[in-house]
Design a protein around this ligand. Structure first.
Ligand code: ADP
Ligand code: ZN
Length: 722
């Protein structure tokens, strides 16, 4: 009964098709009046955890939230869904305040949003004594802890308020994961252990990439080129950098505004508003920007400079992709930034300085790591992560690329290091290899060496990229003080031809994964029309466009062409009230677009498509892939159904297998291009070095067999063992 009710609100009011992990359990727990602590990353979907119970309870729910801008936003969204919500705070004009006050007093309201300091006034406390309060929601609950990054003393007083509403259940929510803060929240509010819900901090829709910072400005331009007309944030270290970069980008025709603490309050607020309303696409900002930003369609976050620690990095990239669509997080990693931050930290007194140094070191280790980016990131938050390949970070994708035999370039480079006396850094070595006439080369007489000019086939940038691989694979050791390179024993083996070197040549143009920006095929032209309509309606109502419909909703409209009420209600984020308000306007647009372009049927039925597009339904997808495959579909067919590459299907099959399912073994080999001998060698290698990870087998086989083949044969191998 109650479960049906929960689902009906999810569908009819919010327009979502299914719950995300934990949401339903949390809602049930709250409805049973058990105090509940919710830890979920930003964008995880905390809001409906208290909003759905609030709509079911007979009495009122009080939501305490520290940020007025966020409150306003949430209330607007709820009102737009037809839910009786409002907020009371001092920013309201007196008449409106009184009107809201009366609505609460006469029990017309289900959700009352309020800042802690207002809640604590006797006026409000007296008001609340006269009406049944059934739920006290404490949002951003880390503010209660001195160990949190945003301690607010007023939050401490909430304990007192809580005792006033004896029959109210309390739900506290935060995105802060540290155990210390969690304990503080529970202790302060007197919660029981069993009512904690901690969601994974993995954000599967964020593509994580870290590249060496060589020419940040050009790199940024190239990056932005792949994200035309999309929203994003570029974080810089200093205010000066923000102003400079914003000015340059503007002069290049980008729609961009700066944001930092040195600006006038008014101008800052205006820039933020422009960004939120999609009037400006790019925000160049210091870390001052982002708190209280609820914009769901931020498609990229660029770190132009190095963040101070993993926590702030995670918090900042967390602002991307709240709508669950693929979003790109790029960090430009430069050692020069590192010394800047170190210099800055050196001004601090000792315990603080030492801790900050540790945090910085952890960040550097994270940036330099060759593992899946999610591994160290989630480990940092105390979470275990077992996916062998996330396919959403640079390192995992590089693992899928075939490494080339680059023994000859390695030999050229190494012998040049030796000929020049093992005292120079990569830049000089490369100058010699490329036959540069730089003064330094001529001064040392290096233009007379036999290695002079023998490496013109690669650009300086490509050589630098190679040099980093030589260091990573321990052919060379870099002296930290002088930057000089020293060959190791392994280097000598390569020079003698006893060992081969496998690596990657960097593409001339930085490779920003020019993938489709969303996981679903849709009609671009229609999308733009719908977007314009949304902007028009939003501007008229003076709200941000996402209050009307999310990008995800528009994408689904442009993908499924809903042309009836019932079809339209199938679209993500469309409930009854949204349909009544906006449905016809958008549907007419779709109908006329279809007429004009002779579009007949919708491209796919909801059933297939439900499984299709969004990363957030990852978990179900591997099950569907596994079942399809076992029922006789080929990998190619499955690729078509889900619009993914074979590598992705193979990865899903592996996950499916690891979850304890059987896998149809015949058919796997039809996808392998290896000879029977090679196959036998691979299977033998799995036996020797294990198959949990592919890299050991890859290395044991001398890099001759690519990861795709290994992936196929691993499945074959495992399916056999079972
Ligand atoms: P948080 O408060 O945890 O940062 P929100 O509650 O604002 O996250 O939700 C983030 C986004 O996810 C919102 O755009 C919301 O519409 C969407 N969302 C939440 N729950 C679901 C769900 N069950 N299905 C689809 N989208 C959801
Ligand atoms: Zn990864």
């Amino acid at each position: 009964m109650i479960i049906e009710k929960i689902h009906s609100i999810l569908k009819n009011t919010f327009g979502y098709h299914q719950f995300r992990p934990l949401q339903q359990k949390i809602i049930e727990n709250v409805l049973q009046k058990r105090d509940t602590l919710v830890i979920m990353p930003t964008g995880g979907g905390k809001s409906i955890c208290y909003q759905i119970p609030a709509l079911i309870f007979d009495g009122m729910t009080v939501v305490v939230s520290p940020l007025i801008s966020l409150m306003k936003d949430q209330v607007e969204q709820l009102q737009d869904l037809g839910a009786p919500a409002l907020f009371l705070n001092s920013s309201l004009p007196p008449e409106e305040y009184q009107k809201n006050f009366d609505l609460v007093r006469t029990q017309k309201i289900k959700l009352l949003y309020i800042a802690p300091e207002s809640l604590l006034t006797s006026r409000i406390l007296n008001l609340l004594e006269t009406i049944p309060v059934e739920c006290l929601t404490i949002d951003e609950a880390h503010c209660i802890s001195e160990w949190g990054h945003d301690f607010r003393p007023e939050y401490r007083q909430l304990v007192r308020v809580r005792q006033k509403f004896k029959s109210a259940v309390c739900i506290a929510l935060t995105a802060t994961a540290t155990p210390r803060v969690q304990k503080d929240i529970k202790d302060n509010l007197g919660f029981l252990e069993s009512n904690e819900f901690i969601a994974s901090f993995n954000r599967p829709n964020l593509f994580l990439q870290i590249i060496p910072k060589t020419d940040p400005y050009q790199q940024t331009l190239q990056f932005l080129d792949s994200y035309k007309n999309q929203s994003g944030i570029i974080y810089c270290f200093s205010r000066r950098q923000v102003d400079e970069l914003a000015a340059i980008l503007e002069s290049q025709g980008y729609s961009v505004k700066p944001y930092h603490a040195g600006m006038e309050d008014k101008e800052r607020a205006r820039n933020q508003e422009l960004f939120i309303k999609d009037d400006v696409q790019i925000m160049v900002a210091t870390i001052a920007f982002g708190m209280g930003i609820d914009k769901p369609n931020i498609r990229f976050v660029v770190h132009y400079d190095l963040p101070k620690n993993i926590e702030s990095y995670y918090q900042q990239i967390g602002r991307a992709g709240r709508d669950g669509l693929r979003s790109h997080c790029l960090l430009l990693f430069g050692y020069a930034d590192l010394s800047k931050i170190r210099y800055f930290l050196d001004q601090k007194p000792d315990p603080e300085r030492r801790i900050a140094y540790q945090h910085l070191d952890a960040l550097v280790a994270f940036a330099e790591s060759q593992q899946c980016r999610r591994l160290p990131l989630l480990q940092y938050f105390g979470e275990e992560y077992h996916e062998p390949n996330c396919s959403m970070c640079d390192n995992c994708l590089a693992g899928e690329k075939k490494l080339d035999d680059l023994t000859i370039p390695a030999q050229k480079f190494l012998s040049c290091v030796i000929r020049t006396g093992k005292i120079f850094g990569a830049n000089h070595i490369i100058d010699v290899l490329r036959g540069s006439e730089a003064e330094k080369v001529l001064d040392f007489g290096h233009h007379q060496l036999s290695t002079y000019g023998i490496g013109k086939e690669y650009s300086k940038k490509q050589w630098l990229h190679l040099a980093r691989q030589f260091i990573q694979q321990k052919l060379l050791i870099k002296d930290d003080r002088y930057g000089s390179l020293l060959p190791t024993e392994k280097a000598l083996e390569i020079l003698r031809g006893d060992q081969k070197f496998y690596g990657l040549i960097q593409e001339e143009k930085a490779d920003f994964e020019k993938r489709k920006d969303f996981d679903m095929a849709y009609d671009r032209e229609l999308f733009e029309k719908l977007r314009a309509k949304r902007k028009e309606i939003a501007d008229r109502a003076n709200v941000p466009p996402y209050i009307v419909f999310s990008d995800k909703s528009l994408i689904e409209m442009a993908g499924f062409y809903p042309r009836s009420r019932s079809e339209f209600l199938e679209i993500h984020g469309v409930g009854q009230v949204k349909w009544d308000k906006y449905g016809p306007a958008f549907m007419n647009l779709i109908i006329s677009h279809c007429k004009m372009n002779g579009i007949e049927a919708a491209p796919a039925k909801r059933q297939t498509v439900m499984n299709l597009p969004f990363v957030t339904s990852e978990k179900r997808r591997f099950e569907q892939v596994g079942e399809l495959y076992n029922n006789g579909s080929s990998i190619e067919q499955i690729c078509k159904v889900f619009a993914v590459k074979p590598a992705t299907v193979l990865r899903h099959l592996f996950t499916y297998f690891r979850e304890g399912n059987d896998i149809r073994r015949e058919g796997l080999l039809t996808h392998s291009k290896l000879s029977p001998e090679e196959r036998a060698a691979v299977l033998e290698t799995f036996k020797e070095v294990g198959s949990e990870y592919l890299r050991p087998a890859f290395e044991a086989l001398g890099g001759q067999i690519n990861f795709r083949e290994l992936e196929i044969l691993r499945l074959y191998y495992l399916a056999d063992k079972k």
